[in-house]
Design a protein around this ligand. Sequence first.
Ligand SMILES: Nc1ncnc2c1ncn2[C@@H]1O[C@H](COP(=O)(O)OP(=O)(O)OP(=O)(O)O)[C@@H](O)[C@H]1O
Ligand SMILES: [Mg+2]
Length: 243
Amino acid sequence: MENDVIIEVRELTKKYGKLTVLDNLSFNIFRGEIFGLLGPNGAGKSTFISTLATICKPTSGDMAVSGFSIKNQPERIRRSIGLVPQDIALYPALTGMDNLDFWASIYGLRGSLKKERIYEALSVVRLEDRAADRVENYSGGMKRRLNIAVALVHHPEILVMDEPTVGVDIQSRRFILDAVKALKNEGKTVIFTSHYIDEMEALCDRLALLDRGIIKSIGTVNELLSLHGSENMEEIMLKLFEG
Ligand SMILES: Nc1ncnc2c1ncn2[C@@H]1O[C@H](COP(=O)(O)OP(=O)(O)OP(=O)(O)O)[C@@H](O)[C@H]1O
Ligand SMILES: [Mg+2]
């Protein structure tokens, strides 16, 4: 259903000292959509994502994920979220398989179900052949793909991906984008950030244009283009973002 709200952001503010990084944000994310966050360096995208993933606490306001508050029920939310952080978070001395095993265990998976989920995650990112190699011997793109597999292993209903396509070749990029679309087709909700506008336009059902902690505009690509009387997103971003 189009307007079944899965994430409700209410007057969310995050400050670091005097710096307001998220400024009184209120908006909804719908179940089953790919929601894109687009904004210049330092806009607050990763901070929003860390707050959603309950890694970072808001200064004020709240966010509800499937009705659970990030403030009061973070442990309930963690189970429903798979996070692909901007900075790769893997153990380089462990194999791909053992990295997945570690995270699957953290999520409480055991025995044959754990094994099944690990193989499934490896196959989604097509790393079966390299599963027994140490991560330190992976290429950058393989590490990115394993980072994604880690986020999938506990079958979360929400995938949060912070610049998952940085520094990967065109095949891996295509592959990651196809995997995201397949996850959407399975009914997952995806929150995605990238500085590649083409990729965001092609992938996202809706985009939020974030600048200095404020959402300057939100909607489908067509809505944004017509709202701003523009023919391309880049023009809108250059106009809206102060940098
Ligand atoms: N732990 C922290 N302490 C102080 N300031 C922080 C901290 N984390 C982030 N910031 C500041 O918050 C602002 C937003 O950072 P954030 O990482 O959310 O931006 P971003 O939109 O993800 O940028 P990028 O496109 O470069 O990844 C920046 O000014 C950053 O310096
Ligand atoms: Mg970031």
